[in-house]
Structure formats: C-alpha cells, structure tokens
Design a protein around this ligand. Structure first.
Ligand SMILES: Cc1ncc(COP(=O)(O)O)c(C=O)c1O
Length: 445
C-alpha cells in the first residue's frame, strides 16, 4: 500500500536500479516505444508523502512529484477516498452526452481559486497541451484574430500547435514538423542571462517584446500572448518584478488576450495558489493541469466569462475531458490544499531550501544562479566565472543524486538546470535529508 502512511525515509537495499527493475526495463525495451524515456529507470510499486518505493524494495526521496503533479503527495487520503467512491458509482458518461455534478464542482472551484474576482467560466480537458490548445482556440474565436505570441525558453506541450509554441528543438520538436502557423516568439525576461543585466531586465525585455510585436506582427493581429509566469521546462526562469504586470497592461491596451500557462507553476507550487498571484496579475485566461488532481489526468481552461462564452455550443469538448473519476480526484486534491494550507507549506519548503543552496553555491562556483519561488526551485550550472552553460556537470550531479536515492530532474534550454519540485507535504526531515544527498553529490563531482 502507498499513501502518506508509508515510512518517510530513504533506504537503499540494492544498487539503483536494482535487479528487478533491470529485468522490467528489459521487458519495457521490447514492448514500449523508444521515444518515451525515463529520468530514472526504477519501477515503482508504491508511493506516498515524499517517498517512492521501487520493485527492489528501495525507498527513494522524491524531489520531482512526477513533474509537479503529486503536490498533495501520492495516493493522498482525500484523493483516494473520493476516487474510490466515484469509481464505485460510475466511471464515465462523457460530459457532452450526460453531465454530472463533479465536473460542475471542479469548474466552480477553478473559477473561485484562479486569479481575479470577475465572473469566470471553465472547461475541462485531459492534458496540459490540450488545455493550451483550447485556450488558443478560445482566444482566436473571441478576438477574430489569429496570431499567438510566445517566449524564448517556453514549453507548452507536444501536440502540433503546442510544439510550435514550445521553444526547444531537441527533444521536443526535432523531425516532427511542419508546425502550426501564426506563432511568433519574443525574448523572455531572463534576469541571469539578460544582456543589460538583471536590474534592467524587466523594462528592456518588455520594450523588446512590444517592439517586435509591433514591427513584425501588428498588435491588431494578435489574439493572445501566452506566458508561463515562471517558466518550467525552459529552466525555472522567474521574470523580474514588473514584467508580468507590464505585459498584462500591454495586452489590455491592445485588446490582446493574456493567457497565463500555470500548468507547472499552479496549485500552490510557488507559495501562492497561482504564480500570477505574487504580483496580483489577473490573466484573461489561465491554463491548469499537473497538480490539479493528485495524479489523475485532468486539465482546465478558466477565464473571463465573456471570452469563454464567445464559443458556440459544441465548439469545445472531447470524449474523456473532465472524466468523473479525475474530477473526484481534483476535488480531493483541492480540499487537501485548502485544509493543509499547502501554499504556506510551499513557502516553508523554499525557506529551507534557498539558504542551504546558497551555502552550497559558495563552495561550488559551478552554481551560477539559484532561483525560484516556494517549492519550485532550481540551480543553473555554468563554467565557473562565466555564464557558459555546463550541461555535463548538471547531468553528473543528477546521476549522483539518483544513485544515492534522491529523484531530481534537470531542465533548461541548455540542459544545465537542476530543478526541485518536492511534494508539498514532504516532511522537514526528509526535505533536509534530500538536501544532504544533493550536497554529497556536489562533493563527488
Ligand atoms: C507550462 C507547461 N505547459 C504545458 C505543459 C504540457 O502539459 P502536458 O504534459 O500535460 O500535456 C507542461 C508540461 O510540462 C508545462 O510545464
């Protein structure tokens, strides 16, 4: 059995991966397509709180949450009870055929917790990419315009439109074109790498973005600007204060729909319910997924009622979108986040991690930048004394962590960022033990 009752400790009984996982990996190689890769090929049998148990009986510390999904922990009590009850009642009708209350309740919750107190509507789908696709469809329909503006280092998914919106070629786009048209890219406000330095980054990046839109696209052709308020796969890039509010103002001035892709940064991860809340930015549309349902597949688009309702009946939907079991899970996850005050838990995680990472950086000049908010924290690795990315050392650190039973992820356009996304329910002891493992990994490189 998994869930929060699992013993919250790191305990290795074999090398990583162990013999049972290696056997399973061989079977996997004969049956599963090569295009799907693994960060760490240990096969999981149970998980809960901040640990994963593998098929060899190893207990590993989880600093990934399945890429920012199991924020409430794996098999969280309220998710398990609500899902079990729903599964026993009915598993599917298709909301477009016969509706059910759980879907409506999730939309009510999304309308309540996303930024802004204006009247909202929501639509539920299956994945983050599908949420982004739908947000763009809605924005185009509402404005009668076609162009979509995105940013350097952006990640929005793996479908045709969202590949076009994603910045990084390898592994996401290479050989998969041609891509959807009318997608335009502008530089991201990336303080660590901004040519004029971090102090000028917000103003200059805003000027560059608006200047390019004006010169190369035309404001009157832009349906939407889509931005991750803290970029995820691109390297946990936190735009400097003022950039997001400035962008929101610019959108308002030109009738452009401001879409915040909160798929990775949402649901308490950054210490607020949504990353936009930090600067009181109110997007027109918000896309959500990942942390929304404690691990079950669900995603949403939430936004201003008049924009969402501009689409004709039947224009949105899909067979599985807003599946009743996934909705039950979401209601359990949101209740957990509220009852356990997980925004505060995320802030506490940041307060433990950041000082320890700063001390680590003093000893290891390969750490060029430490950034993030709440429990969405990363270190960017460079050749000491430069900003030249050091992907090789990044990979060595991640591998050393994995071998010692700590699951960390890398990211970044240049593959030189180690990111930390622990479940928000992780215990302080386990969090500190994970950081001990990280420090030990650095001492080995
Ligand atoms: C910001 C952002 N948008 C969209 C997506 C795509 O979500 P999914 O993998 O559920 O399609 C992701 C996934 O990592 C993401 O981080």
């Amino acid at each position: 059995m998994g869930g929060p009752a699992l013993s919250q400790r790191r305990h290795l009984v074999t090398e990583i991966p162990g013999p049972v996982s290696r056997d399973l990996l061989e079977r996997r190689q004969r049956s599963v397509a090569r295009g799907l890769s693994h960060v760490l090929p240990v096969f999981v049998t149970a998980a809960g709180g901040g640990v994963l148990i593998d098929a060899d009986g190893n207990s590993l510390i989880d600093f990934s949450s399945g890429i920012a999904v199991t924020s409430v922990g794996n098999s969280a009590d309220l998710v398990v009870s609500r899902v079990s009850e729903q599964v026993a009642r009915f598993t599917h009708t298709c909301f477009m055929v016969v509706p059910y209350e759980g879907y409506v309740e999730v939309c009510e919750e999304l309308n309540r917790i996303t930024p802004g107190s204006h009247e909202k509507r929501s639509a539920l789908v299956n994945s983050g990419a599908e949420a982004v696709e739908n947000a763009v469809k809605i924005a185009r329909h509402a404005t009668g315009r076609q162009a979509v503006v995105v940013f350097d280092h952006a990640y929005h998914g793996r479908t045709n439109l969202t590949m076009a919106m994603t910045a990084k070629n390898m592994p996401y786009k290479d050989g998969f074109g041609p891509f959807a048209g009318e997608v335009y890219r502008v530089p991201m406000a990336y303080p660590f790498r901004w040519p004029g330095g971090p102090a000028k980054c917000a103003d200059e990046a805003l000027d560059v973005a608006c200047g390019l839109i004006h010169a190369q696209v035309g404001e009157n052709r832009v349906a939407a600007i889509v931005i991750e308020p803290i970029q995820g796969e691109g390297g946990f890039i936190v735009p400097p204060p003022g950039f997001l509010p400035g962008l929101a103002d610019y959108c308002r001035e030109h009738g452009i729909i401001f879409i915040a892709d909160e798929i990775q940064s949402g649901f308490c991860r950054t210490g607020d319910w949504f990353a936009c809340d930090h600067e009181q930015v109110v997007p027109d549309l918000v896309t959500t997924a990942k942390g929304i349902a404690g691990g079950l597949p669900l995603a949403g688009v939430t936004g201003r009622a008049e924009i969402m309702d501009s689409v004709h009946a039947g224009g949105l939907g899909g067979t599985f979108g807003g599946n009743p079991v996934a909705c039950a899970a979401a209601l359990g996850a949101i209740e957990t986040m509220t009852k356990e005050d997980l925004p505060a838990a995320a802030r506490r995680i940041g307060e433990v991690m950041l000082p320890r990472l700063r001390k680590l950086a003093e000893r290891h000049p390969v750490i060029g930048d430490i950034r993030g908010r709440g429990a969405m924290i990363a270190i960017e690795m460079v050749k000491p004394g430069t900003i030249e990315p050091d992907a090789a050392t990044t990979s060595k650190v991640a591998k050393a962590c994995h071998a010692a039973g700590l699951i960390v992820l890398t990211c970044g356009t240049y593959g030189n960022v180690v990111r930390f996304l622990p479940p928000l329910v992780i215990s302080p002891d386990l969090l500190n033990e994970g950081l001990d493992v990280l420090e030990e990994a650095f001492s080995q490189i």
